[in-house]
Design a protein around this ligand. Structure first.
Ligand SMILES: NC(=O)c1ccc[n+]([C@@H]2O[C@H](COP(=O)([O-])OP(=O)(O)OC[C@H]3O[C@@H](n4cnc5c(N)ncnc54)[C@H](OP(=O)(O)O)[C@@H]3O)[C@@H](O)[C@H]2O)c1
Length: 265
């Protein structure tokens, strides 16, 4: 895979999976735009993309809950590079509380606005540029969009909505030469677990759960998701659009088996 000369805008690339995607696309030759709300973390990722001739990493602080910030993100990207080839809608957050408890509607609003609304705003602004480059969109969803988790109801609904957006957008943009796909990870080792922990080591609990229940017997790494994104954006995937691709260590299949076992035992 060679992305030399391409321009990739990856939201939430100051951390975790987005950082992994940015570094992967960078290592394959792309210019990358690193975004998030924390300037220090943005700069750390920019610094990891070591200077090369004719290849640049641009850091842009953006709050995706502020439409004007999104407009500036696109303007700065096009101002720097003159075009956009790849949009990865990766930034997302987990819920802060559960359905039926105080504060749920506040959690719902932030989860929906971050994980769904901001993607509508950004994608509409980027499409005119992708039309010119026959570009690619990859949305980072979750197995939570495919499998219900009552403790994360708003998050599941948001990712499910994102999956339908991927499918509708693929039909809408296919004739314009733009492919749109989704990568749906299961548990991936990132700082999201610290952010969502409530006085427990959620990462350690999750790792143990993956070793026990995932057919591939491990938690995922950002690189696992980044490789799938790179493939989907590459010419090797030129006949693939509207796909919902789990990167899940086989966990969705395993869950199907356990549900069936419960039903028939
Ligand atoms: N890790 C997993 O197990 C897992 C599994 C399935 C799906 N996912 C999905 O993968 C994506 C990345 O998750 P991750 O695990 O890499 O999480 P992470 O390490 O917490 O990174 C999230 C990124 O999104 C950015 N972000 C969040 N809210 C933002 C906002 N309002 N404006 C701008 N940037 C914002 C964060 O930057 P700042 O906070 O600095 O602004 C950060 O760069 C998410 O969509 C998540 O739902 C993760």
């Amino acid at each position: 895979m060679d992305f030399t000369g391409k321009v990739a805008l990856i939201t939430g690339s100051s951390s975790g999976i987005g950082e992994g995607i940015a570094i992967k696309l960078w290592s394959l030759g792309a210019n990358v735009v690193i975004t998030g709300r924390d300037n220090k973390r943005i700069q750390e990722v920019v610094n990891k993309c070591q200077n090369r001739d004719n290849q640049r990493a641009l850091g842009v602080r953006t709050d995706l809950l502020v439409d004007k910030d999104i407009e500036e993100l696109v303007a700065k990207t096009v101002g720097e590079f003159g075009k956009i080839d790849i949009l990865v809608n990766n930034a997302g957050i987990g819920p802060t509380t559960t359905f039926g408890t105080p504060g749920y509607l506040e959690s719902y609003d932030v989860v929906m606005n971050t994980n769904v609304r901001s993607i509508q705003v950004l994608t509409q602004l980027v499409i005119p540029y992708l039309e010119k480059t026959n570009g690619n969109i990859v949305n980072i969803s979750s197995v939570a969009g495919l499998k219900p988790l009552p403790i994360a109801m708003d998050y599941c609904m948001a990712k499910s909505a994102l999956d339908m957006f991927t499918k509708c957008l693929a039909l809408y943009l296919g004739p314009k030469g733009i492919r749109v796909n989704s990568v749906n990870p299961a548990a991936i080792r990132t700082p999201i677990f610290e952010r969502n922990s409530r006085n427990v080591d959620l990462l350690a609990i999750t790792e143990a759960n993956c070793q026990q229940k995932y057919p591939l017997k491990r938690i995922g790494e950002p690189e696992d998701v980044a490789s799938a994104v790179a493939y989907l954006c590459s010419p090797a995937a030129s006949f693939i659009t509207g796909a919902i691709l789990p990167v899940d260590g086989g966990s969705l299949r395993a869950d199907d088996i356990s549900v069936a076992a419960k039903k028939y035992n």
